[in-house]
Ligand binder design. Sequence first.
Ligand SMILES: Nc1ncnc2c1ncn2[C@@H]1O[C@H](COP(=O)(O)OP(=O)(O)OP(=O)(O)O)[C@@H](O)[C@H]1O
Length: 288
Amino acid sequence: MTQAPDLAPPPTLEVRGGRKNFGAVHALRGVDLVARAGEVTALVGDNGAGKSTMIKCVAGIYAFDAGEVLFEGEQTHISAPADANALGIEVVYQDLALCDNLDIVHNMFLGRELKNGFRLDESAMETRAAEVLASLSVRTVRSIRQHVASLSGGQRQTVAIARAVLWNSKLVILDEPTAALGVAQTEQVLQLVRRLADAGLAVVLVSHNMNDVFEVADSINVLYLGQTAAQVRTKDTSRMEVIELITSGSAGMPPGTVAPRMSPDAPDRAATPVISDASTTTNGSTSA
Ligand SMILES: Nc1ncnc2c1ncn2[C@@H]1O[C@H](COP(=O)(O)OP(=O)(O)OP(=O)(O)O)[C@@H](O)[C@H]1O
């Protein structure tokens, strides 16, 4: 019997065996990541596991020392932020990089303003900013000419995310988008994260918060001491299993797991099944 061809599109981003050293520090010792269009992929791991280094390598702030990066199935090399932007990769960092003295429109176009001759094309920018906010069903912002200084934490996060999707992005990486938010604003931002994926983007969500991860993620990639412990489908795993992967690097591997590429300098990790706890976050705190 002939096998049916695999018609699934390639992942938007695939990292295979990524490594990054800072002098003697082996920050990444073999990381694998698969991020698909239409899905939220959570990137989790304990403090120092390598999450920031991983996203900075994908964003072109650092370059991987070794390993492969495939974008939409094509091998690529990202060595500068412009390379990542050209592919359609945008990152929303925790500090959001918003200018308080500018309004929402100007923040969304910061550094990439639309011009009409030598002048800023205010009306084109305003129209496009309004379109993007509407396409994301953002209703929490009163006026797009409001200064960012007057916005709440959740609204600021929303503006930073909207800015990231303004540029025909294909992959949006969100670094702890709910870290500084209360319960209601966290919920709004998580709904926005879900809408990004539903609109067809590949979303990578860096988070310590298991409630957030299990609420929105389709799959969960766990880093442990600079290596990928596993990437598991959320529906096939449990909080305790993910927490065990985060804290010890091993757990029972459900079907569909992307098995780690073991580094020669890493200790062997046996696959063992585990159990679950709903309220613990990976940095030891209890989530809302
Ligand atoms: N620029 C750098 N120079 C030297 N070492 C670095 C540098 N950046 C990161 N590291 C080291 O690489 C390792 C991974 O750090 P990274 O910040 O990527 O972890 P993380 O998972 O993002 O942690 P956290 O959750 O605390 O932000 C750590 O041991 C860190 O000290």
